[in-house]
Ligand binder design. Structure first.
Ligand code: CP
Length: 315
């Protein structure tokens, strides 16, 4: 694998392989010295044209745990602010000698465009409404860790599907691993066409909740909305927010997920976010191991995958 640009480029075998690698790297993360020399001599940098906490920091943590060198780049304090183009910026960074560039951008397709300009590997860390493939991988890994195989599981993805790159990547990955997906949203927050999406659709959250293994809530992405698509956030919460009353409708073993950042009190009630069945923090934790697996897959040819029996010192 040279680049990771979209979950929809992956086969089931690719995902199974990356999740198996994730298992190995999750074990590294539990060691007293959570570091292996797999990417010594390699350099990873990030090009984030959009804000991020989880994705940006977990890629940095992943690269460091693999012993890669990291080149820190901040768009807000770079020559981008003087008008330097994306292409010039990317080629400038590559000239300094990087092996992988992790890209987030508000426009769909930018990571794929960057991949055509450079010889380094490119990872899509979220592009517009298009895709967020490492989020999908960490979500699959989290569900598998919590519930076992995804085969035959029923997952409801709830909320702002129209503007969600997470929903697009998750639908592809979840269904590839055998889950059934139901999208639950008001009509205004669904894409104009769902042709080719392997999903069912409901507009009634209460009717779906008793029948699902996972409730996956999406953030209301107000920054991507150009018009009022719901009457008010209060109205949205009352019809599509996950409240304590609605949690009572769920199976005892069903879990609650959210990619973050959460709007507490909008798509998820503040107290629901902190329930034991909410695995939001596990998602973040698993994000580091998943991103280690991705960087290793792209850059680690020839390096030995760490095994649980490898020494405590990580060699
Ligand atoms: N889930 C996610 O992409 O979060 P950040 O925007 O904080 O990276």
């Amino acid at each position: 694998m040279k680049h990771l640009l979209a979950a929809s480029d992956l086969t089931r075998a690719d995902i199974d392989h990356l999740l198996a690698l994730t298992d190995a790297f999750a074990e590294v993360g539990r060691r007293r010295m959570p570091k292996v020399p797999a990417l010594q001599g390699r350099t990873v940098t990030w090009l984030f044209y959009e804000d991020s906490t989880r994705t940006r920091l977990s890629f940095e943590q992943a690269a460091k745990r693999l012993s890669a060198d990291t080149l820190s780049f901040s768009v807000s304090s770079s020559s981008v602010r003087k008008g330097e183009s994306l292409r010039d910026t990317v080629q400038t960074i590559e000239a300094m000698g990087v092996d992988a560039i992790v890209v987030r951008h508000a426009s769909s397709g930018v990571p794929a465009q960057v991949a055509q300009w450079v010889s380094a590997s490119v990872v899509n860390a979220g592009d517009g409404w298009h895709e967020h493939p490492t989020q999908a991988l960490l979500d699959c890994y989290t569900i598998r860790s919590q519930l076992g195989d995804l085969d035959g599981r029923h997952i409801a993805i709830v909320g702002d599907i129209a503007h969600s790159r997470v929903a697009r990547s998750d639908v592809w990955a979840f269904t590839l691993l055998g889950a059934e997906v139901t999208l639950v949203a008001p009509r205004t927050l669904l894409p104009a066409s769902l042709e080719g999406w392997p999903v069912r659709v409901s507009h009634d959250l209460d009717a779906v909740l008793g029948d699902v293994d996972v409730v996956y809530l999406l953030r209301m992405q107000r920054e991507r909305m150009r018009e009022a698509l719901v009457p008010s956030l209060r109205e949205y919460s009352s019809r599509w927010g996950l409240t304590r009353r609605r949690v009572e409708l769920m199976d005892d073993k069903a879990i609650v997920m959210h990619p973050g950042p959460m709007n507490r009190g909008v798509e998820i009630a503040a107290d629901v976010a902190d329930l034991p069945r909410s695995v939001v923090v596990d998602q973040v934790r698993n994000g580091v191991a998943v991103r280690m697996a991705v960087l290793y897959e792209l850059l680690g040819s020839g390096a030995v995958v760490p095994r649980p029996l490898d020494r405590e010192d990580g060699v």
